[in-house]
Design a protein around this ligand. Structure first.
Ligand SMILES: *[C@@H]1O[C@H](CO)[C@@H](O)[C@H](O)[C@H]1NC(C)=O
Ligand SMILES: *[C@@H]1O[C@H](CO)[C@@H](O)[C@H](O)[C@H]1NC(C)=O
Length: 378
């Protein structure tokens, strides 16, 4: 039994025309034949039209671009078409989401300065982040944990923010991969005004203020186990609010505030195994900031126990500490980074830049925040 069915014929006869009964009758015969032949998929090619049944006895009739679906003899083509359209829309949205993800990622992966948390006068800590591209500021994704005076560093292409303060000393670690934040492990000791630094491909947290004491302990981040482990190498001097910097193959801890309450000139350096005593600063300072720039270790600003400092000093092994041109303006909070080959100093009100041997103002800070973390990322 061979019926010739072309696409025009199929379209016409599946309508309510006079020939409709003929086709319906034919379909019923075909269905019973398929039932006799048993379950599974069966395909019958009729000239240009294809009729396919599935194990449930549903019938698919395809002819050229025309496709009709019958379930229990009912034409559900419209429903099937709607479902297919929804699937296409879903696929389109998923492609869009992936593209957006890549765009955000590449935006943050071209080098930026990231300002992390902080506070405003007596207001508690923020979870906000700000992104500086060299000329303008924008908002970044918020951290899971609001905080000020945290430690912050970039380790294996991710931003780590640990410790800090928000009504209590914090142990929380938040990690940013360039797109989103996730929550990391807790520090062994909750602390604020601590230092976070990467040295010899290891992430260290050390110093700071805990609830009852100034801390000398050092913790190292175990990337495989994803936890912080206290090392057997505490700093010789317990301190918080120290400046830290890797320079000349050593990790420097500079100044800060010790116990009993004293602003320090003490400088110590970690070589991976032990702490060495280095030449003391010319000026006692806490809340100062340090950066390696033009083959020198620079220490800038801070607080001497009575006032904010504009003084700057720089160290090399050959010269020891040497006084440099002062900052253009002092600031309660200072954070220095080398960005696009320039030494920048972020404060509460302005960004200053070292131009030759002179500090000038590069631009305004977007918000009068203090006690934030600051990193260059990536
Ligand atoms: C950040 O803090 C704001 C205000 O406190 C809050 O509304 C928001 O949910 C926080 N964001 C995250 C990611 O925790
Ligand atoms: C740096 O100093 C030079 C010479 O004094 C001056 O022409 C230039 O504008 C300064 N640049 C900035 C960014 O202040």
């Amino acid at each position: 039994m061979v019926r010739r069915l072309n696409s025009a014929g199929l379209c016409g006869r599946l309508g309510l025309g006079s020939g409709g009964w003929e086709v319906l009758l034919w379909l019923l015969v075909l269905l019973s034949l398929l039932a006799v032949r048993g379950e599974g998929q069966t395909e019958v090619a009729l000239d240009e039209a294809t009729v396919r049944s599935d194990a449930q006895g549903n019938l698919y009739v395809t002819s050229g671009a025309e496709r009709r679906v019958f379930v229990d003899g009912l034409d559900v083509t419209a429903l099937a078409t709607t479902l297919a359209a929804q699937q296409a829309e879903l696929d389109r949205l998923q492609v869009q989401r992936a593209e957006l993800y890549r765009a955000v990622s590449s935006l943050l992966r071209s080098s930026h300065v990231l300002l992390l948390g902080g506070r405003m006068e007596s207001v508690a800590g923020f979870n906000a982040t700000l992104v500086f591209d060299g000329t303008s500021w924008s908002r970044g994704p918020s951290m899971p944990t609001a905080r000020y005076t945290p430690g912050a560093a970039v380790y294996r292409n991710e931003v780590y923010v640990a410790g800090g303060y928000d009504n209590a000393n914090l142990a929380a670690t938040d990690i940013f991969d360039g797109v989103a934040w996730r929550t990391g492990p807790l520090l062994s000791t909750a602390r604020h005004r601590l230092a976070l630094a990467v040295y010899q491909d290891r992430l260290y947290a050390f110093g700071g203020r805990a609830d009852l004491s100034v801390v000398s302990t050092m913790e190292v981040y175990d990337d495989d186990m994803e936890l912080w482990v206290t090392t057997a190498t505490p700093m010789p001097t317990a301190r918080h609010s120290q400046a830290v910097c890797v320079f000349d193959g050593l990790l420097f801890a500079i100044g800060g505030k010790g116990q009993p309450r004293a602003t320090l000139t003490t400088v110590e350096a970690f070589d991976g195994r032990t702490w060495l005593t280095m030449p003391s600063l010319l000026q006692a300072r806490q809340w100062a900031t340090a950066a390696a720039y033009a083959d020198k270790l620079w220490v800038m600003g801070g607080y001497d126990g009575a006032r904010n400092l504009v003084s700057v000093e720089a160290f090399t092994t050959a010269t020891g500490w040497v006084a440099q041109s002062p900052l253009y303006v002092s600031s309660l909070s200072v954070s220095a980074v080398v960005f696009n080959h320039r030494l920048l100093l972020f404060g509460d009100d302005v960004i200053q830049v070292l131009n030759g041997s002179t500090w000038t103002v590069l631009g305004d800070m977007p918000e009068p925040w203090t006690d934030y973390g600051l990193v260059v990322f990536p």
